[in-house]
Structure formats: C-alpha cells, structure tokens
Design a protein around this ligand. Structure first.
Ligand code: F6P
Length: 354
C-alpha cells in the first residue's frame, strides 16, 4: 500500500550552487500544495545529525528564488559517512516524523541519499552543482549561472588585455569536469582551452599565439579547468617565456559559485523541485531527478553513480553486477555520446581560435 506522507525534509549539501534556493522553494511549495508539511534541514546532513531544522511554511520561502547560495546552508559532513552519524540522522527523522527527504547537491549528496533510503527514509536527489559532473543529467542547478559569471568576469579581463596587448590565463572551477571551461572558452572566443577530458597540444597553442601576434592580434584568453591540476599558473609563465606576449594569471575560484541565479537555473530548479516531490509522494526512493533529451526523468541513484564511475574509469569490482546487459549498454551509449560531444566542442573551440 502506498505510504501516506505527512512531513518531508529538504536539505542542500556539498558545494553550494546558485539556484539551490529556487529548488528549496519549489520543493516546499509543491509539498505544501499537496497537504504535506515541510521542514528545512540546516547545514546539509550535519543538520540531520544535530537536529537543526526549521519549519518551512509558504512564507518561509518567499523572496529567496533570486538569491544565490543556500539559505538552508551547506556542509560536507564526514560524520554522516559513519554508521553512528547515520543512526543519529535516522533518529532525528523519527523524532520529527519526517517521512522522506529531498536532498539537493552533487555526487556526495547522492551517496548520503542512498544511505538514508536503504535505512528506511525514502530520499530523492536533485542535482545541484556548478560542475555539471553528473553524467546521467544534461544539466545541474548552478551550471548555467556559473558559466555566465565566468563570461562576465573574463569579458572584463579581455578589456584590459586588449588595452595592454596581453594574454590572460584563467582557471575556472569544475572539479574533475571540464564543462564550465569548455563552454565558456567557446563563448569567450578563447585562443585555447585546457580540460581534463581532451589532450592539450601546448606546442600548437604557443605557435598559434606567436602567429596571431605577428598578424597583429593584441589580446589572448586561455581558459583552464581546475581539473587539470597544477597546470594553469605554469602555463601562463610558459606562454610569456615562449611567445613574448606578456601574460597574466587569474584564478576565479569561488567567485564563480556565488551570485543571483540565471533564468535557466531558476526554471530548471523549480521543475526539479516539483518532480522530486511528485516522486517522493508516489512512494519512490533512491532516485535522482535528471534532465535527458530536455525532459525531466527519474534515474536510479546507484545507476547514476555507476555511470559516473564508468565514465571516469573508477568502477570497482562487482559494481555492475546489479545491472542488466541492456542497462550496461545504455551506460556505454551515454558515455560515448558525452565523449563525442566534448570532442566536438573542443574541436570547434580550437578551430575557431584564430
Ligand atoms: O563542486 C563544486 C566546487 O565548487 C568545485 O568546482 C570545486 O572544486 C569545489 O567545489 C571546491 O570546494 P570547497 O568549496 O569545499 O573548497
């Protein structure tokens, strides 16, 4: 028989992302509209462990849709990874009569969602990370805003590079994923882009800068993903030494994670919030809401995690045993599609960098 939901919790966990507030608002409003009470769990999973929560009445989420960060606060909680921490979290859920949880965040958040689901607290994940590094979904909350922030910041750098005939190497966030770097490099007209997913031809980059400078080009931008570790600052020095073009280095770091969410992120977060509540109230658990072919779909969290690991080459022995041959073939197809898309965009960035 379908479980009757009286109260659900919502939390944001891991690195914050613009649009998380829009998602919390959407979860709260959708649940309340369906006659379900909502509590906001503060500080991610540590809020569950430490019993830190607030009731979310409709007015509690008024005026937050346009705000960056997360008004529920966030945390990367090591205690939640222990059985003791988990049991404290379950006890808090029982104490407050929380029948299910919507957890907004990245892959660490989804691991926590599974831990709760298997211990009897149905949990649905919503992808909220600027990195867009969850392979099962085409988009994640905060990705669009982060890219637009990079554009705004680096357009400014371009102004001063042009005035002074300089190059600027800019490192952008993204953890192990080059999505932010690749897309912004294209939109900025960068001369080169360095991402973990594609091999970088440094000699060709130097040659291009030398040729373009000889042809009269004044300013150059090179976008580097932080996923290519310990590389960007050294690259800036080498460009200056090898091409003679004065080169500055900028690391945008957390500035890319803040700010008002874009329309795309607000709309996406709102759709995901409603869909997550619908899944929870339909008795579903351990799913992550994803965008595939521009539609919102629910994907098994374990499937999503194994797909990520397969993509990154970090699968452990036996992890695929639970899946059918068709499911594994679907993983391979999704990975091939993502790799082809990266290669295509990377080629465009390099071809147009003239
Ligand atoms: O996952 C989001 C992200 O901003 C990554 O791009 C970055 O590598 C990481 O978080 C930084 O984490 P922290 O805020 O804990 O330093």
């Amino acid at each position: 028989m379908e479980k009757k939901f009286r109260k659900i919790g919502v939390l944001t966990s891991g690195g914050d992302a613009p649009g998380m507030n829009a998602a919390v608002r959407s979860v709260a409003r959708a649940a309340l509209a369906r006659g379900v009470e909502v509590v906001g769990i503060k500080g991610g999973y540590s809020g569950l462990i430490n019993d830190n929560m607030i009731e979310l009445k409709p007015r509690a989420v008024t005026g937050i849709i346009y705000q960056g960060g997360t008004f529920l606060y966030s945390d990367r909680c090591d205690e939640f990874k222990t059985e003791e921490g988990m049991q404290k979290a379950i006890a808090t859920c029982k104490k407050h009569g929380i029948d299910g949880i919507v957890a907004i965040g990245g892959d660490g958040t989804f691991r926590g969602a599974t831990d709760l689901s298997v211990r009897g607290i149905p949990t649905i994940g919503i992808p909220g990370t600027i990195d867009n590094d969850i392979t099962a979904t085409e988009n994640s909350i905060g990705f669009d805003t982060a890219m637009n922030t990079v554009l705004e910041m680096v357009d400014r750098l371009r102004d001063t590079c042009e005035s002074h005939a300089r190059c600027n190497v800019v490192e952008v966030m993204g953890r192990g994923a080059g999505d932010i770097a690749l897309n912004t490099a294209m939109a900025l007209g960068a001369v080169a882009c360095v991402i973990p997913e594609c091999p970088f031809d440094e000699a060709a980059c130097m040659e291009k800068i030398r040729t373009l400078r000889a042809d009269g080009k004044r300013s150059f931008l090179v976008i580097v993903s932080e996923g290519v570790e310990n590389f960007s600052e050294g690259l800036a020095k080498r460009i200056q030494a090898e091409t003679g073009v004065e080169t500055k280095f900028a690391r945008l770091a957390h500035v890319v994670r803040g700010g008002t969410p874009t329309l795309t992120d607000r709309v996406f977060a709102t759709k995901l919030g409603v869909a997550a509540v619908d899944q929870l109230l339909a008795g579903k658990s351990n799913l992550v809401m994803c965008q595939q072919n521009n539609k919102i779909v629910a994907v098994d969290i374990l499937y999503s995690q194994c797909l990520d690991r397969k993509y990154k080459g970090t699968l452990k022995e036996g992890m695929l045993e639970k899946f059918s041959a068709e499911e594994i073939a679907a993983m391979d197809a999704a990975i091939a599609e993502k790799k082809a898309e990266f290669a295509e965009l990377y080629a465009i960035v390099n071809d147009l960098a003239r």
